[in-house]
Ligand binder design. Structure first.
Ligand code: ARG
Length: 243
């Protein structure tokens, strides 16, 4: 009698563990392009940076398991729209155009587009880019702004590193890129500088599929908690040192 009760209990527990375990480890798939330090970059077999750290806290808060999918930047929004990923987190700027395709969470940080040039460049402000050859990452806001510059030739790369390499080799005159990645790229090189005058101010937010309003609400609630507790600032300050 006793024995069969124990067996029954054990079996019940096993069933419960697998069923409950399955439900509680529902995945939260994040689409990103991990070539954008300090927001996301590859470190060995890991993807590190501000975005994965914030995403991990949100996933923990929602009781879901964070899974990061590294892909081309210009595939990220489609991945969220098709349901291949649950969220887009990639230093992703909120724009009116993108809002046609996905919803954005409340912004979690401010950003800017800046210009990176060789130290000996004659370019000193955005207006000087007229007629120049400009490198951008495909599908970024930098790509869009470059398109507005009179007579500019735009070279589109799949990664910013490739644009920066082309600049180092004098194949292009300038790169338009987000400010914090720009600082990382300039710090890694003796030959590059960042132009102080900002091209545009932007905000980064988390992208969610239009129909997934429940997740959007959950993310906004999570973000609010993390902001109020100072966790978001803590993560940002860990990667971005105050000047
Ligand atoms: N903020 C810019 C944009 O949204 C560039 C983002 C690039 N992000 C990346 N992970 N490569 O268009």
């Amino acid at each position: 009698m006793k024995k069969s009760v124990i067996v029954l209990l054990a079996v019940t527990m096993m069933i419960c563990l697998s069923a409950c375990g399955g439900a509680s480890s529902q995945k939260l798939v994040m689409a990103t392009n991990a070539a954008f330090p300090p927001y996301e970059s590859v470190d060995g077999s890991e993807i590190i940076g501000i975005d994965p750290e914030i995403a991990k806290l949100i996933a923990d808060d929602l009781g879901r398991e964070l899974v990061i999918e590294d892909m081309a930047f210009d595939s990220i929004i489609a991945a969220v729209q098709s349901g291949k990923a649950d969220i887009a987190m990639a230093g992703l700027t909120v724009t009116e155009d993108r809002k046609q395709n996905i919803n954005f969470s409340d912004p979690y940080t401010e950003a800017a587009q800046v210009i990176v040039v060789k130290k000996d460049s004659t370019v000193t402000c955005p207006d000087d880019l007229e007629g120049k050859t400009i490198g951008v990452q495909i599908g970024t806001t930098g790509d869009i702004y470059a398109g507005d510059i009179a007579d500019a030739v735009i070279e589109r790369y799949s990664k910013y590193f490739e644009a920066i390499n082309a600049l180092n080799q004098d194949k292009i005159d300038a790169v338009i890129v987000d400010r914090e990645p720009a600082k990382v790229f300039v710090n890694d090189s003796d030959e590059l500088k960042m132009i102080d005058e900002e091209f545009t101010l932007e905000e980064y937010a988390i992208g969610v599929a239009k129909e997934n309003t429940e997740l959007l609400d959950q993310i906004n609630a999570s973000l609010k908690k993390l902001q109020d507790s100072g966790k978001i600032d803590e993560i940002i300050n860990k990667y971005i040192k105050a000047e």
